[in-house]
Ligand binder design. Structure first.
Ligand code: DX5
Ligand code: ZN
Length: 218
């Protein structure tokens, strides 16, 4: 059985106690950090200085999800800061291939995200440039939304393309992941799961991570 990765999103954590909140998910594979600029999405979260402090105290590697405009300008700085994995949005990048190469050259894993309505087909030829493809399963901007089942066919097509290309690209989903929806996303081919409210809304976040891992492994 292939074990999946569970990356809790701290968007649903207590921002006043982030260090303690990180310790509660030390059994996770990575911590998902949502960076929003109030331009690419209608919400504002944290910037690089706070992300760097999170990295300094986190028991697990960081998976930064940049929901910011002008990704070509801002994303390389996150890689320069030593963030393990940096994901930019295809819709926010003028030159995604160049940007993915810059992230890798700076020592980060290169991730690219697609909003629910963005087709994956125009990007399939650049899979070898990526370490991670993120298919958003809600419109980005807020935690606690419902999983969009209409994204499942795109997840299936992405999985088929990744397997066909023979490159090791992680297929991540983010938004509305619960113990129920994770089964459908995993069946469609996703193998890295972001979960905010399902982890930090639980009484025992570490136990929620284990339950999600069991439900998402196949
Ligand atoms: C949404 C963020 C997600 C969010 C997920 O724009 O990218 O990472 O935290 O939250 P849940 O799991 O509650 O949908
Ligand atoms: Zn996210």
């Amino acid at each position: 059985m292939a074990q999946c990765c569970i990356n809790p999103s701290i968007l649903s954590a207590d921002f006043v106690n982030l260090e303690a909140e990180l310790r509660r998910i030390s059994n996770a594979d990575a911590v998902h950090v949502d960076v929003m600029d109030n331009h690419f999405v209608p919400n504002l979260t944290i910037g690089l200085p706070v992300v760097q402090r999170i990295q300094a105290v986190s028991p697990v590697p960081l998976d930064a999800h940049l929901m910011i405009a002008d990704a070509d300008r801002w994303a390389p700085g996150f890689a320069d800061a030593g963030i393990a994995s940096v994901t930019f949005h295809a819709e926010a990048s003028i030159a995604p291939i160049k940007l993915a190469r810059e992230l890798r050259a700076r020592g980060a894993k290169a991730g690219m995200a697609l909003r629910p309505g963005t087709p994956v087909e125009p990007y399939l030829d650049m899979l070898p440039e990526l370490d991670l493809l993120l298919i958003m399963t809600v419109e980005p901007g807020f935690g606690g939304q419902s999983f969009l089942d209409l994204t499942l066919p795109k997840i299936r097509r992405a999985r088929a393309a990744i397997d066909g290309s023979g490159v090791a690209v992680a297929l991540q989903v983010d938004g509305g992941i619960t113990e129920e929806t994770i089964v459908r996303a995993a069946e469609a081919g996703a193998n890295v799961f972001v979960a905010g409210s399902a982890v930090y809304g639980a009484a025992d976040p570490a136990a929620a991570v284990e339950r999600l891992r069991a439900a998402g492994s196949r």
